[in-house]
Structures are given as structure tokens and as C-alpha cells.
Design a protein around this ligand. Sequence first.
Ligand SMILES: Cc1ncc(COP(=O)(O)O)c(C=O)c1O
Length: 329
Amino acid sequence: MTLKFGTQTTPHMLLQPYRRGAWQASEIRPYGPLTLDPLSKGLHYGQSVFEGIKAFRQPDGSTALFRPELHLERLVSSAEHFCMPAVDLKPLLAKLCELVSLDADHVPDPPGSLYIRPLLFSDHGALIPEPSSSFLLAVMLLPVGTYIDKPEGLRLRTQIDSIRAAPGGTGAVKCAGNYAGALRVTFEAKEEGLDEVVWLDAHERCFLEEVGTMNLFVVRNGRLITPPLGDTILPGITRRSLITLAKDRGIEVSEERISVDQANWNSIEEVLTCGTAVGVLGVRELLHEDRTLFDAQAMGPVTTELAGALDGVRFGTSNEHPEWRMQVR
Ligand SMILES: Cc1ncc(COP(=O)(O)O)c(C=O)c1O
């Protein structure tokens, strides 16, 4: 059976309310609808942040989460940005492991995985411009297959007439509104037969930033290059992991701006994307206005090497970075 990404959950979920100035006890209960005040600020004003973590079936049949503490730290920093209370990470991580362990029979075999979606939003029902006093943290588990089934690589184009993020905005925050704002252009690109758009910087509209739910790298002369983080790019945990895996292999990595206008696109050997959902995926074609900046017939050697290295750590088939895995059962 093919699992369509994001459509199916496991039987249980975790809920933790914040009431009267304090987080209440978290509770694991059967997955099901929530009762919400229709005036909830999370719905009206987008006071809503989330994470995407993955757990993988290991060779011994156990399940391991990939770098969950980094994801939860990012959740806390997203929450702070949106005036939401920080949650205590240690007990949350322990409860999360309990939830995954309870539903561990639903972790698909490789190449599938368990997608873990923590969501934190204001369920304070009041349309007043004052701080919310109640929040809900919900964690859902979704057995998933391949996120984008494009082993031959992605077909992308740059997005010229709209932007995802501007300096001083919320581009580095994993908030619901960033994804709502990207829906229309993503659907348009799909109607054109493309897979995603590459967002450009807000000012000059000439520097590559990121792609849909993925960070972006290029390879030039065997060197891995990725746009530097700032407040317009989500600081991806896969991006950070790939930088380490590349350096471990003696591949030089640099964080520098990548312009669509640079004369030497001919010297770009590979373009690749990465994220929790997708892992590592090569780019087959990158279009900009009426030009093809890059095309490739097959996944390049650096992309292939890093994709294998990342999956080795995630699925526990390599000895590299065991500290990136948190074993639950
Ligand atoms: C906008 C955006 N950029 C990049 C990424 C990749 O981040 P990560 O590797 O932490 O999943 C994601 C996915 O979370 C994303 O939504």
C-alpha cells in the first residue's frame, strides 16, 4: 500500500494545555477531533507554530528519533517569536518518546518513516490585541512513505513576482502563516508541471534562498555551497546535519549567497535540496525566467553520497553520529 504523505495518523496523540499562566500535565489519548472556541487566536491571527520530526525503524526492529532535541528547541524559539510560552523540553521529550513507543507498531519499514508533528497554538477565544492566556500543544504521529516521489530529481523554477520572507520578518520561524503564504505559488508551479519554487531574496530578487519545505545546496568544483542563514531562511536541521556529514567526508562547505545572475552557472555540478520530510533530493532542472540555469540527467555523486550518509544515520545502518538518534523502543 502506498502511504500518501500526511493523510494517516497513528491511534494516539499527545495533548498539553497551558492554562492560567502554566503548562498543565500532558496527556496521551486516542487520536481524534479537538473542541475549540471559534474565536481561538490561533485560527484568527495565526498564533500557531509547529515542527516536523521523524522517527525511523532501526535494523534491530526498534525505533529512533532523529535529533528530536534540536527540533523541540526550534519549536520553543518559534513560540517565543509569537509570544507563546516556552515548554519544558525534557519532560516533553520524555512524553513524546512514550507516545512513539506506544504506537511503535505503526512505524513503517524503510524507506517509510514516522512523521511527528508537534503543533502549538493559541486556543484563547478572544479577538483582543492582548497576550493570549491559553495555548494547546498537540503532537500527532503520521506513518509516511516518500514525500516527493521524484528519484530522478526535482524540476524547480525561481519565484520572481512574490516572496516568502523579508529581512525582519518571520522567514526563520516555523509558523503556520509562512506555509499559507506559499500555497498559491506552489499550486501554480505544480500546474506548470514543476515540483516546487525556489524562493529568492526579497530585495534584489536574485539570490537563492530555499525551496518549499527544503533548504538548498549547490556543488561547484566539488565544494558544497548553501545560502547563509539569516532571518529569511528556516535553519534546517537536515541542512545542519548535511554540513557535518560533508565535512566528515572532507568535502569543503561554504555558506555564501548564490545569485541567479552569476555568469558561471555552467560550473555548478549539482543542485540539491534537503529537509526532514524529503531527506536529500537532487534537482534535475532549475529554471529562471526564460533560462535554464541548471539541468542534470542523474543525481550527482555528492548528492548521492550525502543522501546515503543521511539515511545511514537515520535508519541506523551506519556507525556515523549515533548521538543523532534517540532510541525509543
Ligand atoms: C521552509 C522550510 N525550509 C527548510 C526546511 C527543512 O528543515 P528541516 O531540515 O529542519 O526539516 C523545512 C522543513 O521543516 C521548511 O519547512
